[in-house]
Design a protein around this ligand. Structure first.
Ligand SMILES: Cc1ncc(COP(=O)(O)O)c(C=O)c1O
Length: 440
């Protein structure tokens, strides 16, 4: 078979959804799982990364005895710097990304019995924050090409209870916010961005976290700007951030959010001084790392898209991702039917750690537990809760994404080019031996 007929056969078989036979060439080295040498043996950059130069600033806080937010100005300084970096009007630091989401939902008046339209393809904290507000997370479908919320599936899920849309910029890839904001505007809904994985991600010249009413960030240890735990809310509205401040600080008056005594509800979701110093010292590094991750992701995408059966994601026009994870979709048909699990095992054996990030979490039990609780049964009719539960069947795009996505963590993107090139090399090797690996 000449090259042209071979490519034509692949294209036709793929279109028919058939397994495409891949044959081994004599020169193909054996995969590690079949007794060959792993492609990559040198390890990957560690995460999180610490610099000795940051230590005096942190020690200074501890030695001062001023640890809590109210004792000093370090948290406010970080807030000012982070807002400036993002082009936000203001920022409020919080104890975590989860609490940032909870504060934002409260401030945007999401109340018991309300509904929030959200992406199902996200870390579970997104669901939990909505459930904690005694509101229903109503899942729009996931677009398999982008792994983000499919804006076309939002409007059909709006009811008279819907108060907000919560798009998640998953893996730091911006959602198509113009389309989402247009639906929100038409139906008078709040937009709360879950930007917990999207520090410095850009859409149409603006940063994620400044594209809706409020944007929420996480600074947990695995994140690009880590302080163990921590979070932030950003906005173009100083008034909304003042309200967030009051709610996150036990309901105390702040700025334009004022009244007499305990005039509003609240909780303690405050950040500490030491966390703020750790974060502020990393802002330069965040920008430098982001440049490196972007260049690495572009390099990887160029190589991976040449491999049949590996599909990198599509980003909205005029947007830039920051790649908290680097994902692609895997088509087993192009690997002699080698299952995704076996593919990932083979890749890990080559020294390339990878995972299947999210499964259909709404089937796990937490949603059932919530909708069978006394409170939820009081707030919605049994017919609505049944229709809600049944609607998960319609999430066909999300099901496909959960079943076919493979991703690598961001620290791999900080490696040298020669190490990065091991990723497509390992995948090509696995493809050449996919029939043998499928049988193993
Ligand atoms: C998309 C998303 N939302 C929310 C959160 C919650 O953030 P945290 O772990 O800081 O509470 C995370 C954290 O992993 C996240 O990835």
């Amino acid at each position: 078979m000449n090259r042209r007929t071979f490519l034509k056969t692949i294209a036709t078989s793929a279109a028919l959804g058939a397994v495409v036979p891949i044959t081994i060439r004599a020169a193909d080295p054996k995969p590690a799982l079949l007794g060959g040498q792993p492609v990559h043996t040198g390890g990957w950059p560690r995460w999180p990364q610490w610099r000795e130069a940051w230590e005096p600033g942190v020690l200074k806080v501890f030695r001062s005895g001023k640890w809590f937010r109210g004792s000093d100005k370090r948290v406010e300084e970080f807030e000012t710097a982070y807002a400036k970096l993002l082009g936000a009007k203001q920022c409020l630091a919080t104890a975590s990304g989860t609490t940032a989401l909870m504060v934002s939902l409260h401030v945007m008046d999401v109340d018991a019995g309300d509904e929030v339209i959200v992406s199902p393809y996200t870390f579970i904290a997104t669901y939990n924050a909505i459930l904690n507000a005694r509101a229903l997370p109503v899942f729009a479908d996931t677009d398999p090409a982008t792994l983000n919320i499919d804006p076309a599936t939002i409007a059909g899920r709006i009811t008279d209870r819907t108060r907000a849309i919560m798009p998640v910029h998953i893996f730091g890839m911006p959602c198509d916010m113009d389309l989402i904001n247009a639906v929100a505007k038409q139906h008078n809904l709040a937009v709360i961005e879950d930007a917990c994985q999207a520090w410095l991600a850009e859409y149409h010249g603006r940063m994620c976290g400044t594209l809706g009413d409020l944007g929420c960030f996480s600074f947990q240890e695995s994140k690009h700007l880590p302080s163990g735990e921590g979070g932030a809310i950003t906005s173009l509205s100083a008034e909304l951030i003042d309200k967030c401040n009051s709610f996150h600080n036990c309901g105390r008056a702040f700025g334009a959010s004022k009244g007499s005594g305990f005039f509003t509800r609240g909780n303690n979701y405050r950040m500490t001084q030491a966390q703020a110093v750790i974060l502020q010292q990393q802002l330069d590094k965040l920008q430098q790392d982001t440049t490196v991750r972007r260049a690495s992701a572009d390099h990887l995408t160029a190589a991976l898209k040449k491999i049949p059966g590996i599909t990198p994601v599509r980003l909205p026009e005029n947007s830039r991702a920051v790649w908290h994870l680097y994902p692609f979709r895997y088509d087993a048909q192009q690997f002699n039917g080698l299952s995704r699990d076996k593919f990932m095992k083979a890749l890990a054996a080559e020294g390339i750690p990878c995972s299947s990030p999210y499964h259909e979490q709404y089937n796990d039990g937490l949603i059932d537990e919530a909708i069978n609780s006394r409170g939820f049964k009081r707030l919605w009719s049994s017919a609505r809760l049944k229709a809600y539960r049944d609607s998960f069947q319609e999430l066909k795009g999300n099901r496909q994404v959960c079943a076919t996505t493979v991703a690598m963590t961001q620290n791999l993107l900080l490696a040298d080019r020669s190490d990065l090139d091991h990723i497509p090399e390992a995948i090509r090797k696995i493809q050449a031996y996919s029939a043998e690996l499928a049988k193993a």
